[in-house]
Write a protein that binds this ligand. Structure first.
Ligand code: ASP
Ligand code: MG
Length: 442
């Protein structure tokens, strides 16, 4: 068997759903389980609807209702989505009345996106003669903890998922499972974090011992750079799980960062394919790649903007122990996730997403250190061959030097494939283009 996952842009409307079904049909002999995201930008629209209900008391799910009804109509489907739409309306009305929107309610709310898309898709498959069955993730064995908006799956899921899905496949059914969502043991709906449908797919693949997990996107695979910045960026034929995870964290946004984990455990290959260009080979993600596949020292270059850099200089004496511990305890207390760290004897610099509000954190840190917070930074990450790190560093900083760009912090990741450095936001595009030219276009 295989798992095939299609993201929101691959099921955005009737046309896309037909295209997706065409692709899936070709794979029926390999006994697929299908995982779908919400149609198009439904998740964002759902969150917008909740925000307006909360802040202005407006109760409207027009965008959601229209796009889904339109798809049902255009595909000439014989299904009733009104009960789900009504339930959703009531929920948004409830939010406007109580004027409260907890993470738990948000998860319940966004779940409607995936619940609607699998129902519409399976109705379409049945119409074209494929024996499909839509399944809400919890009925496919997805049990999670109650960390709403970023829930973790419980161990039991590993056994439940194959128990629920394999008998269906053996009966010749095409199971269509909602990506992104799960339920707690108490029956509350949770989500696995934005973009979490990738994780749903890789968990199913790993738990069921699938031959591979296919993740269908709207790009030709994992690219050597962001095509909006570097038009000449090329798809990589293969990357390791480790490289793919690094790329996901640092702005390549091709796969959910946690999506690799289940497949690393079982060695299940992940294949990233383009639903708008199915004949393109795509990118294969594996535990190891043969040497000649990685001839160039650098595999990919990414950037992540909107970064804040925090410089923390100890007010205590040199050689004191426990300083880093206190610094990180403070970050942890405020649930601030730190990305890159560089330390010296008396100071530590870290980066984090600008989205965090840092006032109270700064106040606490000031008790033990001088603190300088600088916003408007970008992380540039080079994923490359560690055996050639000196060459990579030499050439990369040569590019920065020529561009007159000041590098403000450097880190070579412990995962050994990652060299990251911090520069000003405004310089990121030039640096990424310069680096791509240096390492790829020669
Ligand atoms: N629909 C969810 C999101 O937009 C999950 C996903 O697409 O993977 O984040
Ligand atoms: Mg989506």
């Amino acid at each position: 068997m295989i798992v095939m996952k299609f993201g929101g842009s691959s099921v955005a409307d009737a046309e896309c759903i037909r295209n997706m079904a065409d692709i899936v049909r070709r794979y029926i002999p390999r006994r697929p389980v299908l995982v779908l995201s919400a149609m198009g930008d439904s998740t964002d629209y759902l969150l917008e609807a909740a925000d307006s209900a909360l802040n202005t008391g407006t109760v409207s799910i027009r965008k959601i209702e229209e796009s889904h009804c339109k798809a049902v109509e255009e595909l000439e489907l014989d299904i009733e989505i009104t009960p789900l739409i009504e339930e959703l309306k009531n929920l948004v009305l409830g939010i406007s009345m109580i004027k409260e929107l907890t993470r738990k309610t948000k998860d319940y709310l966004v779940s409607f996106g995936e619940r609607l898309s699998v129902r519409i898709a399976s109705a379409y498959f049945r119409k074209i003669g494929v024996n499909a069955k839509s399944i809400d993730a919890w009925d496919a064995g997805f049990l999670s903890d109650d960390d709403y908006s970023q829930a973790w799956l419980l161990k039991e899921s590993w056994e439940l998922i194959p128990q629920r899905l394999i008998p269906l496949i053996e009966k010749g059914v095409l199971p269509i499972v909602t990506g992104f969502i799960a339920k707690t043991k108490d029956g509350a709906i949770t989500t696995l974090g934005r973009g979490g449908s990738d994780l749903t797919a890789t968990v199913i693949a790993a738990a069921c011992g699938a031959e591979e997990a296919q993740v269908w996107k709207d790009v030709d695979g994992i690219l050597s750079g962001d095509p909006r910045i570097v038009p000449s960026a090329k798809p990589l034929s293969a990357v390791t799980y480790e490289e793919a995870a690094e790329l996901a964290y640092y702005g390549a946004q091709v796969l959910h960062p946690r999506a690799m984990q289940p497949c690393v455990k079982t060695g299940t290959p992940v294949l990233v394919k383009n639903s708008y260009n199915p004949s393109a080979p795509g990118t294969r993600i594996l535990s190891a790649i043969e040497k000649d596949a990685a001839l160039k020292p650098v595999r990919a270059i990414t950037t992540r903007k909107g970064i804040t850099m925090v410089d923390i200089v100890s007010t205590r004496m040199v050689g004191q122990f426990g300083f880093l511990e206190r610094v990180f305890a403070t970050f942890s207390e405020y649930h601030v996730s730190v990305d890159i760290v560089a330390t010296s004897e008396v100071s530590v610099s870290v980066t984090l997403d600008t989205a965090y509000s840092l006032d109270s954190l700064k106040r606490d840190l000031l008790k033990i250190a001088y603190v300088d917070i600088k916003t408007g930074k970008a992380i540039i990450t080079i994923i490359g061959d560690v055996q050639r790190s000196s060459e990579i560093l030499n050439r990369a900083f040569g590019v920065c030097f020529k561009l007159g760009v000041q590098v403000q912090m450097i880190s070579q990741g412990a995962s050994k494939v990652n060299i990251s450095f911090i520069i000003d936001d405004g310089q990121a595009v030039d640096v990424v283009r310069g680096l791509h030219k240096e390492f790829f276009d020669y």
